[in-house]
Write a protein that binds this ligand. Sequence first.
Ligand code: LLP
Length: 388
Amino acid sequence: MLFNTNQQGKVRALETPFYYYDLNLLNETLDKAKQAADRYNFHVHYALKANFNDRLLHLVQSKGFGADCVSGNEVQKSIDIGFPADKITFAGVGKSDKEILTALEHHIFAFNVESIQEMEVINSLAAQVGVTAHVSLRINPNVDAHTHHYITTGLDENKFGVPTSELEKAASIIRQCQNVELIGLHFHVGSQITDMNVFKSLCVKVNEWKNWFEERGTAIKILNVGGGLGVDYQNPDENPIPNFEAYFEIFDKFLERNKNQEVHFELGRALVAQCGTLVSKVLYTKSGVKKHFLILDAGMTELMRPALYQAYHKIEYIGESNNRTINYDVVGPICESSDCFGKEVPLPESKRGDLIAIRTAGAYGEVMASRYNLRDEIRYVYNDMLID
Ligand code: LLP
Protein backbone atom coordinates (compact mmCIF):
# COMPACT_ATOMS: atom_id res chain seq x y z
CA MET A 1 0.00 0.00 0.00
CA LEU A 2 1.21 3.47 -0.89
CA PHE A 3 0.55 5.08 2.51
CA ASN A 4 0.19 3.41 5.93
CA THR A 5 -2.67 4.48 8.18
CA ASN A 6 -0.57 7.06 9.96
CA GLN A 7 0.60 8.60 6.70
CA GLN A 8 -2.93 8.59 5.36
CA GLY A 9 -4.01 10.77 8.27
CA LYS A 10 -1.30 13.27 7.40
CA VAL A 11 -2.07 13.16 3.69
CA ARG A 12 -5.73 13.94 4.41
CA ALA A 13 -4.71 17.18 6.08
CA LEU A 14 -2.71 18.39 3.08
CA GLU A 15 -3.92 20.61 0.32
CA THR A 16 -4.37 18.65 -2.90
CA PRO A 17 -3.46 17.98 -5.64
CA PHE A 18 0.24 17.36 -5.09
CA TYR A 19 3.07 15.20 -6.31
CA TYR A 20 4.27 12.78 -3.68
CA TYR A 21 7.88 11.65 -4.03
CA ASP A 22 9.21 8.59 -2.26
CA LEU A 23 12.90 9.43 -1.94
CA ASN A 24 13.63 6.04 -0.36
CA LEU A 25 12.46 4.30 -3.51
CA LEU A 26 14.41 6.77 -5.63
CA ASN A 27 17.51 6.12 -3.56
CA GLU A 28 17.16 2.38 -4.03
CA THR A 29 16.47 2.74 -7.76
CA LEU A 30 19.52 4.94 -8.26
CA ASP A 31 21.73 2.53 -6.34
CA LYS A 32 20.54 -0.42 -8.42
CA ALA A 33 21.08 1.48 -11.67
CA LYS A 34 24.52 2.68 -10.63
CA GLN A 35 25.66 -0.77 -9.52
CA ALA A 36 24.44 -2.35 -12.73
CA ALA A 37 26.14 0.31 -14.88
CA ASP A 38 29.37 0.24 -12.88
CA ARG A 39 29.72 -3.47 -13.52
CA TYR A 40 30.49 -2.66 -17.17
CA ASN A 41 32.08 0.71 -16.55
CA PHE A 42 29.13 2.41 -18.28
CA HIS A 43 28.45 6.12 -17.71
CA VAL A 44 24.89 7.23 -16.98
CA HIS A 45 23.65 10.79 -17.43
CA TYR A 46 20.28 11.48 -15.86
CA ALA A 47 17.88 13.09 -18.36
CA LEU A 48 16.67 16.16 -16.47
CA LYS A 49 13.71 16.54 -18.77
CA ALA A 50 12.00 13.67 -16.93
CA ASN A 51 11.96 15.59 -13.65
CA PHE A 52 13.98 18.56 -12.44
CA ASN A 53 12.58 18.79 -8.93
CA ASP A 54 15.44 20.02 -6.73
CA ARG A 55 15.47 17.29 -4.13
CA LEU A 56 15.38 14.57 -6.73
CA LEU A 57 18.23 16.21 -8.60
CA HIS A 58 20.35 16.53 -5.46
CA LEU A 59 19.92 12.84 -4.77
CA VAL A 60 20.73 11.87 -8.37
CA GLN A 61 23.80 14.10 -8.33
CA SER A 62 25.02 12.71 -5.02
CA LYS A 63 25.14 9.21 -6.52
CA GLY A 64 27.64 10.21 -9.18
CA PHE A 65 25.37 10.35 -12.22
CA GLY A 66 25.99 12.88 -14.96
CA ALA A 67 23.29 15.12 -16.41
CA ASP A 68 21.65 15.05 -19.82
CA CYS A 69 20.14 18.44 -20.69
CA VAL A 70 17.95 19.74 -23.48
CA SER A 71 18.00 23.47 -22.79
CA GLY A 72 20.37 26.15 -21.59
CA ASN A 73 18.31 26.39 -18.42
CA GLU A 74 18.74 22.68 -17.76
CA VAL A 75 22.50 23.06 -18.26
CA GLN A 76 22.51 25.95 -15.78
CA LYS A 77 20.32 24.02 -13.36
CA SER A 78 22.68 21.02 -13.44
CA ILE A 79 25.62 23.28 -12.67
CA ASP A 80 23.70 24.96 -9.82
CA ILE A 81 22.80 21.56 -8.34
CA GLY A 82 26.45 20.52 -8.45
CA PHE A 83 26.72 18.14 -11.39
CA PRO A 84 30.33 18.37 -12.61
CA ALA A 85 30.49 20.17 -15.97
CA ASP A 86 32.49 17.31 -17.43
CA LYS A 87 29.50 15.03 -16.88
CA ILE A 88 26.94 17.26 -18.61
CA THR A 89 25.65 16.62 -22.13
CA PHE A 90 23.43 18.99 -24.08
CA ALA A 91 21.04 17.60 -26.71
CA GLY A 92 18.11 18.95 -28.71
CA VAL A 93 17.26 19.79 -32.32
CA GLY A 94 16.84 23.51 -31.68
CA LYS A 95 19.60 24.90 -29.50
CA SER A 96 19.56 28.70 -29.55
CA ASP A 97 22.78 30.74 -29.72
CA LYS A 98 22.22 31.85 -26.14
CA GLU A 99 21.88 28.26 -24.97
CA ILE A 100 24.98 27.17 -26.86
CA LEU A 101 26.94 30.02 -25.28
CA THR A 102 25.76 29.00 -21.79
CA ALA A 103 27.03 25.47 -22.42
CA LEU A 104 30.33 26.70 -23.88
CA GLU A 105 30.85 28.98 -20.92
CA HIS A 106 30.59 26.00 -18.58
CA HIS A 107 32.82 23.74 -20.72
CA ILE A 108 30.36 20.89 -20.67
CA PHE A 109 31.34 17.34 -21.56
CA ALA A 110 29.63 17.27 -24.97
CA PHE A 111 27.01 18.76 -27.24
CA ASN A 112 24.89 16.13 -28.94
CA VAL A 113 24.69 17.77 -32.33
CA GLU A 114 21.60 17.16 -34.39
CA SER A 115 22.37 18.79 -37.76
CA ILE A 116 25.22 20.00 -39.94
CA GLN A 117 24.02 23.58 -39.63
CA GLU A 118 24.05 23.32 -35.84
CA MET A 119 27.62 22.01 -36.00
CA GLU A 120 28.66 25.09 -37.96
CA VAL A 121 26.91 27.43 -35.52
CA ILE A 122 28.59 25.77 -32.52
CA ASN A 123 31.92 26.02 -34.33
CA SER A 124 31.56 29.75 -34.96
CA LEU A 125 30.28 30.53 -31.45
CA ALA A 126 33.12 28.48 -29.95
CA ALA A 127 35.59 30.43 -32.10
CA GLN A 128 34.03 33.69 -30.89
CA VAL A 129 34.61 32.81 -27.25
CA GLY A 130 37.93 31.11 -27.95
CA VAL A 131 37.17 27.53 -26.91
CA THR A 132 36.91 24.12 -28.52
CA ALA A 133 33.53 22.45 -28.22
CA HIS A 134 33.36 18.71 -27.77
CA VAL A 135 30.58 17.19 -29.78
CA SER A 136 28.89 13.86 -30.36
CA LEU A 137 27.08 13.54 -33.64
CA ARG A 138 23.52 12.35 -33.23
CA ILE A 139 22.75 9.84 -35.91
CA ASN A 140 19.21 8.92 -36.80
CA PRO A 141 19.61 5.14 -37.12
CA ASN A 142 16.11 4.34 -38.42
CA VAL A 143 15.28 1.86 -35.63
CA ASP A 144 11.64 1.39 -34.68
CA ALA A 145 11.28 1.70 -30.90
CA HIS A 146 7.84 0.03 -30.91
CA THR A 147 6.49 2.61 -28.50
CA HIS A 148 3.89 5.40 -28.79
CA HIS A 149 4.47 7.33 -32.04
CA TYR A 150 4.77 10.61 -30.12
CA ILE A 151 7.80 9.28 -28.23
CA THR A 152 9.50 7.45 -31.09
CA THR A 153 12.53 9.41 -32.21
CA GLY A 154 14.82 7.19 -34.27
CA LEU A 155 12.88 6.75 -37.51
CA ASP A 156 13.60 8.44 -40.84
CA GLU A 157 10.41 10.47 -40.51
CA ASN A 158 11.47 11.92 -37.12
CA LYS A 159 13.11 15.32 -36.85
CA PHE A 160 15.96 14.09 -34.65
CA GLY A 161 19.59 13.53 -35.54
CA VAL A 162 21.54 13.60 -38.77
CA PRO A 163 20.11 11.27 -41.39
CA THR A 164 22.61 8.61 -42.44
CA SER A 165 22.46 9.90 -46.03
CA GLU A 166 24.11 13.12 -44.78
CA LEU A 167 26.95 11.54 -42.82
CA GLU A 168 29.55 11.81 -45.55
CA LYS A 169 28.92 15.55 -45.73
CA ALA A 170 28.80 15.88 -41.93
CA ALA A 171 32.14 14.10 -41.54
CA SER A 172 33.83 16.37 -44.04
CA ILE A 173 32.42 19.55 -42.46
CA ILE A 174 33.50 18.42 -38.98
CA ARG A 175 37.05 18.10 -40.30
CA GLN A 176 36.91 21.72 -41.45
CA CYS A 177 35.53 23.02 -38.13
CA GLN A 178 38.53 24.31 -36.18
CA ASN A 179 36.68 24.86 -32.92
CA VAL A 180 34.80 21.61 -32.78
CA GLU A 181 36.21 18.27 -31.76
CA LEU A 182 34.18 15.19 -32.60
CA ILE A 183 34.42 12.89 -29.60
CA GLY A 184 31.55 10.54 -30.16
CA LEU A 185 28.37 9.31 -31.73
CA HIS A 186 24.95 9.73 -30.18
CA PHE A 187 21.76 7.75 -30.68
CA HIS A 188 18.34 7.78 -29.01
CA VAL A 189 15.49 5.85 -30.54
CA GLY A 190 12.57 6.55 -28.23
CA SER A 191 11.13 6.36 -24.76
CA GLN A 192 9.17 3.83 -22.67
CA ILE A 193 10.80 0.96 -24.55
CA THR A 194 9.89 -2.37 -22.99
CA ASP A 195 10.93 -4.68 -25.82
CA MET A 196 14.62 -5.37 -25.17
CA ASN A 197 15.08 -6.42 -28.82
CA VAL A 198 14.85 -2.74 -29.73
CA PHE A 199 18.10 -2.13 -27.82
CA LYS A 200 19.71 -5.09 -29.58
CA SER A 201 18.78 -3.57 -32.95
CA LEU A 202 20.18 -0.27 -31.76
CA CYS A 203 23.52 -1.92 -30.88
CA VAL A 204 23.73 -3.37 -34.38
CA LYS A 205 23.29 0.12 -35.88
CA VAL A 206 25.75 1.71 -33.47
CA ASN A 207 28.39 -0.88 -34.44
CA GLU A 208 27.73 -0.25 -38.09
CA TRP A 209 28.13 3.54 -37.87
CA LYS A 210 31.04 3.42 -35.49
CA ASN A 211 32.88 1.21 -38.00
CA TRP A 212 31.91 3.58 -40.78
CA PHE A 213 33.66 6.47 -39.02
CA GLU A 214 36.66 4.42 -37.95
CA GLU A 215 37.16 3.13 -41.48
CA ARG A 216 37.43 6.76 -42.53
CA GLY A 217 40.10 7.43 -39.95
CA THR A 218 37.92 9.19 -37.36
CA ALA A 219 38.48 7.97 -33.82
CA ILE A 220 35.30 7.58 -31.78
CA LYS A 221 35.88 7.86 -28.03
CA ILE A 222 32.29 7.94 -26.88
CA LEU A 223 29.30 5.86 -27.81
CA ASN A 224 26.20 7.51 -26.38
CA VAL A 225 23.20 5.23 -26.79
CA GLY A 226 20.59 7.56 -25.25
CA GLY A 227 17.87 6.53 -22.85
CA GLY A 228 14.47 4.97 -23.30
CA LEU A 229 14.27 2.10 -20.84
CA GLY A 230 10.60 1.68 -19.94
CA VAL A 231 8.86 1.11 -16.61
CA ASP A 232 5.88 -1.01 -15.55
CA TYR A 233 2.93 1.38 -15.45
CA GLN A 234 0.52 -1.54 -14.86
CA ASN A 235 2.22 -2.96 -11.76
CA PRO A 236 4.09 -0.24 -9.85
CA ASP A 237 4.10 -2.22 -6.59
CA GLU A 238 5.25 -5.50 -8.13
CA ASN A 239 7.92 -3.86 -10.31
CA PRO A 240 9.02 -0.67 -8.61
CA ILE A 241 12.55 -0.88 -10.02
CA PRO A 242 13.29 -1.57 -13.69
CA ASN A 243 15.57 -4.44 -14.61
CA PHE A 244 18.75 -2.42 -15.06
CA GLU A 245 20.92 -5.56 -15.05
CA ALA A 246 19.17 -6.98 -18.12
CA TYR A 247 19.24 -3.62 -19.85
CA PHE A 248 22.96 -2.95 -19.44
CA GLU A 249 23.82 -6.55 -20.15
CA ILE A 250 22.36 -6.19 -23.65
CA PHE A 251 24.71 -3.34 -24.43
CA ASP A 252 27.66 -5.17 -22.93
CA LYS A 253 26.86 -8.17 -25.08
CA PHE A 254 25.95 -6.59 -28.40
CA LEU A 255 27.89 -3.35 -28.54
CA GLU A 256 31.33 -3.75 -30.05
CA ARG A 257 33.58 -1.36 -28.24
CA ASN A 258 37.31 -0.95 -28.46
CA LYS A 259 39.49 -0.62 -25.42
CA ASN A 260 39.09 2.84 -23.88
CA GLN A 261 35.88 3.49 -25.81
CA GLU A 262 33.34 4.81 -23.31
CA VAL A 263 29.65 3.92 -23.39
CA HIS A 264 27.22 6.58 -22.18
CA PHE A 265 23.50 6.42 -21.42
CA GLU A 266 20.86 9.08 -20.84
CA LEU A 267 18.19 7.55 -18.65
CA GLY A 268 15.24 9.59 -17.46
CA ARG A 269 12.01 7.73 -16.91
CA ALA A 270 13.53 4.49 -15.63
CA LEU A 271 15.18 6.35 -12.75
CA VAL A 272 12.35 8.55 -11.50
CA ALA A 273 8.95 7.36 -12.76
CA GLN A 274 8.02 4.97 -9.96
CA CYS A 275 8.98 7.24 -7.06
CA GLY A 276 6.28 9.78 -7.97
CA THR A 277 2.54 9.69 -7.39
CA LEU A 278 -0.04 12.35 -8.08
CA VAL A 279 -2.34 12.61 -5.07
CA SER A 280 -5.74 14.12 -5.62
CA LYS A 281 -9.10 14.49 -3.90
CA VAL A 282 -12.51 13.65 -5.26
CA LEU A 283 -14.36 16.93 -5.73
CA TYR A 284 -17.60 15.49 -7.02
CA THR A 285 -19.22 12.27 -8.09
CA LYS A 286 -21.71 12.28 -10.89
CA SER A 287 -23.72 9.58 -12.59
CA GLY A 288 -24.96 10.23 -16.09
CA VAL A 289 -27.11 8.11 -18.36
CA LYS A 290 -24.21 5.85 -19.30
CA LYS A 291 -21.39 6.75 -16.98
CA HIS A 292 -20.27 7.21 -13.43
CA PHE A 293 -17.78 10.05 -13.13
CA LEU A 294 -15.23 10.75 -10.43
CA ILE A 295 -14.29 14.39 -10.76
CA LEU A 296 -10.86 15.03 -9.22
CA ASP A 297 -9.12 18.21 -8.19
CA ALA A 298 -6.15 17.18 -10.38
CA GLY A 299 -6.35 17.29 -14.12
CA MET A 300 -4.33 17.37 -17.31
CA THR A 301 -2.69 20.53 -15.99
CA GLU A 302 -0.95 18.44 -13.33
CA LEU A 303 -0.42 15.23 -15.32
CA MET A 304 -0.68 15.61 -19.06
CA ARG A 305 0.39 12.16 -20.20
CA PRO A 306 -3.08 10.53 -20.41
CA ALA A 307 -4.49 13.46 -22.39
CA LEU A 308 -1.47 13.78 -24.65
CA TYR A 309 -0.46 10.17 -25.28
CA GLN A 310 -3.50 8.25 -24.04
CA ALA A 311 -0.99 6.96 -21.49
CA TYR A 312 -2.07 4.48 -18.84
CA HIS A 313 -1.45 5.32 -15.18
CA LYS A 314 -2.70 3.05 -12.44
CA ILE A 315 -5.43 4.79 -10.42
CA GLU A 316 -5.94 3.74 -6.81
CA TYR A 317 -8.28 4.60 -3.99
CA ILE A 318 -6.33 5.67 -0.90
CA GLY A 319 -7.62 4.17 2.33
CA GLU A 320 -9.80 1.31 3.46
CA SER A 321 -13.12 0.81 1.80
CA ASN A 322 -15.64 -1.99 2.03
CA ASN A 323 -17.87 -0.30 -0.48
CA ARG A 324 -18.94 -1.97 -3.68
CA THR A 325 -16.84 -1.48 -6.79
CA ILE A 326 -17.99 0.94 -9.46
CA ASN A 327 -16.48 1.51 -12.90
CA TYR A 328 -15.68 5.21 -13.00
CA ASP A 329 -14.47 7.55 -15.67
CA VAL A 330 -11.86 9.40 -13.64
CA VAL A 331 -11.68 12.96 -14.91
CA GLY A 332 -10.15 16.31 -14.02
CA PRO A 333 -11.69 19.77 -13.70
CA ILE A 334 -10.24 21.26 -16.89
CA CYS A 335 -12.54 22.41 -19.66
CA GLU A 336 -11.40 19.79 -22.17
CA SER A 337 -12.90 16.38 -22.87
CA SER A 338 -9.40 14.92 -23.11
CA ASP A 339 -8.95 15.78 -19.42
CA CYS A 340 -9.50 12.18 -18.39
CA PHE A 341 -7.15 9.94 -16.40
CA GLY A 342 -8.92 6.69 -17.17
CA LYS A 343 -12.17 5.27 -18.43
CA GLU A 344 -14.24 2.57 -16.71
CA VAL A 345 -11.73 2.26 -13.89
CA PRO A 346 -12.94 -0.16 -11.20
CA LEU A 347 -12.67 1.62 -7.84
CA PRO A 348 -14.48 1.39 -4.50
CA GLU A 349 -17.59 3.55 -4.47
CA SER A 350 -16.16 6.97 -3.64
CA LYS A 351 -17.46 10.19 -2.20
CA ARG A 352 -16.48 13.82 -2.12
CA GLY A 353 -13.24 14.28 -0.19
CA ASP A 354 -11.87 10.77 -0.76
CA LEU A 355 -8.25 10.51 -1.87
CA ILE A 356 -7.11 9.06 -5.17
CA ALA A 357 -3.54 8.17 -6.19
CA ILE A 358 -2.31 8.26 -9.77
CA ARG A 359 0.79 6.14 -9.84
CA THR A 360 4.09 6.07 -11.74
CA ALA A 361 3.96 9.82 -12.23
CA GLY A 362 7.53 10.74 -11.30
CA ALA A 363 8.69 11.07 -14.92
CA TYR A 364 7.21 13.62 -17.32
CA GLY A 365 4.58 14.57 -14.73
CA GLU A 366 5.49 17.63 -12.69
CA VAL A 367 7.78 18.92 -15.46
CA MET A 368 4.94 18.93 -17.98
CA ALA A 369 2.45 20.64 -15.66
CA SER A 370 0.93 23.87 -16.95
CA ARG A 371 -1.00 26.85 -15.64
CA TYR A 372 -3.79 26.40 -18.20
CA ASN A 373 -7.07 27.70 -16.74
CA LEU A 374 -4.81 29.71 -14.40
CA ARG A 375 -4.42 26.72 -12.17
CA ASP A 376 -2.34 26.84 -8.99
CA GLU A 377 1.38 26.17 -9.15
CA ILE A 378 1.98 22.48 -8.67
CA ARG A 379 2.66 21.37 -5.07
CA TYR A 380 4.87 18.51 -3.95
CA VAL A 381 5.46 16.49 -0.80
CA TYR A 382 8.30 14.11 0.06
CA ASN A 383 8.05 10.94 2.11
CA ASP A 384 10.07 12.44 4.96
CA MET A 385 7.37 15.10 5.41
CA LEU A 386 4.92 12.39 6.44
CA ILE A 387 6.99 11.17 9.38
CA ASP A 388 6.11 12.28 12.94
N1 LLP B 1 17.93 11.27 -24.49
C1 LLP B 1 17.23 11.91 -25.44
C2 LLP B 1 17.95 12.46 -26.60
C3 LLP B 1 15.84 12.04 -25.33
O1 LLP B 1 15.15 12.65 -26.28
C4 LLP B 1 15.17 11.50 -24.20
C5 LLP B 1 13.74 11.62 -24.03
C6 LLP B 1 15.95 10.85 -23.22
C7 LLP B 1 17.32 10.75 -23.41
C8 LLP B 1 15.36 10.26 -21.98
O2 LLP B 1 14.50 9.22 -22.31
P1 LLP B 1 13.87 8.26 -21.18
O3 LLP B 1 14.99 7.46 -20.58
O4 LLP B 1 13.20 9.12 -20.18
O5 LLP B 1 12.92 7.42 -21.94
N2 LLP B 1 7.04 13.17 -22.41
C9 LLP B 1 7.10 11.82 -22.88
C10 LLP B 1 8.51 11.32 -23.02
C11 LLP B 1 9.37 12.17 -23.92
C12 LLP B 1 10.79 11.65 -24.03
C13 LLP B 1 11.63 12.61 -24.75
N3 LLP B 1 13.00 12.24 -24.88
C14 LLP B 1 6.28 10.93 -21.96
O6 LLP B 1 5.67 11.45 -21.03
O7 LLP B 1 6.19 9.72 -22.17
